[in-house]
Design a protein around this ligand. Structure first.
Ligand code: ADP
Ligand code: MG
Length: 351
């Protein structure tokens, strides 16, 4: 038995990002190869292969933390676990080509159940044009854990990082925000009702859009292709997994800027707006802190504004400001509020 260590720091004291930084920074051996162009800190790592650049990203989904099998069909789970990884590759303005899938399962899962999971995985592979090339399979005492690694290809001219936004750049997003979070609220509400009265039928209130945004998100490959077609290279980019506020915070922190966001410029679907009010939530709070939207948040040089102005599904919602101006929201009511850095939620939060 090891002796009890004299000091014990709770992981919650550092939070997810603080912990990653604590464990990996100030290690001289972090980068031993000149081919490691981008290491920890972005949506994906970037490796120089001479002609092409390889882009790699991993995400792990844990039952009970990231998904609940009471309302998540395994097929959707398989699909989503691929999509969330591909989203990180697109967030580098790169194209995913391969994935590996590692799963830990207990004997609670039948072969038929796992076939469902893999139907979802292969459906996503087909739709996004990626190959499943390997992985690992192991047992777990109870729940299911799925870890997907996505490998993609990019070019030096197009790869887009988090730390390259400039003061004056326009802040844009590829689609509406907050809906996935509200879909989750509906599913959670129905689960609680079911647990208190198993005879009850779920009432999803015809909220296909919101529930769909939660259970079957898509990654914005179409946007990467649209950028290429219009010869647009964003100055910085990140995908929205933890929530708009958290991702703006990452862009600003890494680029050394502030940001000014117009609440009226933040796209929120009318269904999300209505459902937020039903749950007595502020729609903008759902957009800022909800997460799992898997839209792309990016900045452009204002000289490129004509390239995005008339494109469908691109919303300009603010601009990057000097770092001393902080991260601010200009509300519809005319007030200016600081946006709080989210994503530093308790350990075990978002993917
Ligand atoms: P995303 O939300 O885009 O998936 P994360 O917030 O999970 O990104 O991770 C932020 C950065 O930290 C990424 O570059 C990721 O590769 C890196 N990272 C996450 N967990 C670890 C870990 N356990 N060890 C080393 N690097 C990590
Ligand atoms: Mg990401």
């Amino acid at each position: 038995m090891a002796e009890a260590s004299p000091q014990r720091t709770d992981v919650n004291e550092l939070g997810e990002f603080g912990l990653i930084e604590h464990l990996t920074k100030q290690r001289p051996e972090t980068t031993q190869h000149a081919s490691t162009i981008k290491s920890i800190g972005d949506d994906a790592a970037v490796i120089d292969q001479g002609d092409a650049l390889t882009v790699v990203s991993t995400d792990m989904l844990v039952e009970g933390i990231h998904f609940d099998l009471m309302y998540t069909p395994l097929k959707h789970l398989g699909y989503k676990s691929v999509v969330v990884n591909l989203s990180d590759i697109y967030a580098m303005n790169a194209q995913p080509e391969q994935i590996t899938v590692s799963i830990a399962i207990s004997n609670r899962f039948s072969v038929e159940a796992l076939e469902e999971l893999y139907d979802g995985i292969y459906t996503a592979c087909r739709y996004y044009g990626v190959d499943l090339v390997g992985g690992d399979m192991t047992s777990s005492p109870r729940g299911m854990v799925i870890s997907v690694t996505a490998i993609g290809k990019g070019t030096r001219e197009k790869l887009t990082y988090r730390n390259t936004a400039k003061v004056g750049d326009l802040l844009c997003v590829t689609g509406n925000l907050g809906a996935a979070y509200l879909g989750l609220q509906i599913l959670e509400r129905e689960k609680q009702l079911y647990l208190s009265n198993p005879g009850i039928q779920p009432d999803l209130e015809d909220q296909d859009f919101l529930v769909g945004r939660q259970l079957k998100p898509e990654a914005r490959r179409d946007m990467i292709e649209l950028f290429a077609k219009n010869q647009l290279v964003p100055t910085a980019m990140i995908d929205i997994s933890d929530g708009l506020a958290s991702e703006i915070f990452h862009l600003c922190q890494q680029s050394g800027t502030g940001a000014f966001v117009e609440e009226s410029g933040v796209p929120i679907h009318p269904d999300a707006e209505l459902m937020a009010l039903k749950f007595q939530l502020d729609p903008i709070t759902c957009a800022l802190s909800g997460g799992e939207d898997y839209e792309l948040l990016f900045t452009i040089d204002p000289a490129d504004v004509d390239k995005v102005k008339y494109l469908p599904d691109i919303y300009i919602m603010g601009e990057m400001t000097r770092p001393e101006d902080g991260i601010k929201l200009h509300t519809k009511g005319g007030n200016i509020h600081p946006i709080k850095a989210q994503g530093w939620r308790h350990f075990g939060g978002g993917a």
